[in-house]
Ligand binder design. Structure first.
Ligand code: GDP
Length: 295
């Protein structure tokens, strides 16, 4: 995974790794390679340019060329800056409500339903919470069934109203149901469309406004590259979401999505999806991701 970026950065940094002394030309050439590798990995141009400029300034500020192991220091600078670019620290989710309401947003196929199940399972086992899953897709009966299958698999109740075509009502009824029955986390899975459209945005914005969730998560397929950034922008514009879930990081994905999304919408990536199974969920660790990207 991340072969592309990792290989390129490795190649770019190779010249510096372990070398006792390097020249300013080495640094400039390497940073150019780093920038090219980031662009190839779908990091947008502005972000990549800013990134290399920051690393360059820091390198000059720390007099990298006069240190004993300039190559290693450069590698560290690149790694640290990449970590910073992806948010620095791990960001948690807000579970303060009674119940805490978590709203899922994103395009159809991004992995929302799968992630809703994974998150419910994660909260149940790791954080000893009692989650309720809510099916708010009023267009595709198959989507409601899919969530029921997921719920059965992990032993979590699923709230649905197959006859009701009003997602705001369904979400509100589900929260009332949760309060009456001792559920302390409500995860609302919403309808997604294949592309962003006004009706979908208005619908989810209405649900968002009505239930005022503690946490709105935007789920995005890491394999969609630059499109992931545009989708993130559109959803953030309407929902001002709290965090990003990057799914399908187990595939042949480009790590650039993580970097670009964070820098474009300035919202933390909170979780990653690493497979189709219910336990294929991980908290997002910027430093680990930077390590992985750099190899
Ligand atoms: P939704 O339309 O947004 O609810 O998306 P789904 O949850 O139905 O997921 C779409 C497809 O992606 C399904 O076949 C899932 O099994 C698959 N999927 C979801 N998350 C992941 C992941 O992290 N890794 C992989 N490999 N597949 C995933």
């Amino acid at each position: 995974m991340f072969d592309n970026l990792s290989d390129k950065l490795d190649k770019a940094l190779h010249v510096l790794k372990g070398h006792g002394s390097i020249t300013e030309v080495n640094v400039a050439e390497t940073l150019k390679e780093v920038r090219r590798a980031l662009l190839d990995a779908d990091v947008n141009f502005k972000t990549a340019k800013e990134f290399t400029n920051t690393v360059k300034e820091k390198a000059l500020g720390q007099n990298v060329l006069t240190t004993l192991q300039p190559g290693q220091l450069m590698v560290k600078l690149v790694k640290d800056e990449l970590t910073e670019l992806m948010g620095g620290e791990t960001a948690g989710i807000n579970l303060s409500g009674t119940p805490s309401v978590i709203l899922m947003s994103g395009l159809q196929g991004s992995g929302k339903t799968t992630f809703s199940g994974k998150l419910a399972n994660y909260l149940k086992t790791k954080k000893t919470k009692k989650p309720l899953l809510v099916a708010c897709d009023i267009y595709r009966p198959a989507a409601i069934n899919q969530l029921h299958v997921v719920g059965d698999q992990i032993g979590v109740e699923v709230y649905s109203e197959p006859e009701n075509k009003n997602p705001v009502q369904i979400a509100q009824n589900a929260i009332a149901h949760a309060k009456q029955n001792g559920f302390n986390v409500v995860i609302v899975d919403t309808a997604g469309r294949l592309a962003i459209d006004e009706a979908m945005m208005t619908e989810i914005a209405n649900v968002h406004k009505a239930i005022n969730p503690q946490e709105t998560l935007f789920v995005v397929d890491a394999m969609t590259g630059q499109d992931a950034v545009n989708t993130a922008k559109a959803f953030n514009h309407r929902l001002n979401f709290d965090g990003v879930v990057l799914t399908k990081l187990d595939g042949d994905t480009r790590g650039g999505a993580a970097i670009s999304i964070k820098s474009v919408v300035d919202k933390p990536i909170k979780f990653i999806g690493t497979g189709e199974k219910m336990d294929a969920i991980d908290v997002f660790h910027p430093a680990r991701m930077a390590d992985r990207i750099l190899g």
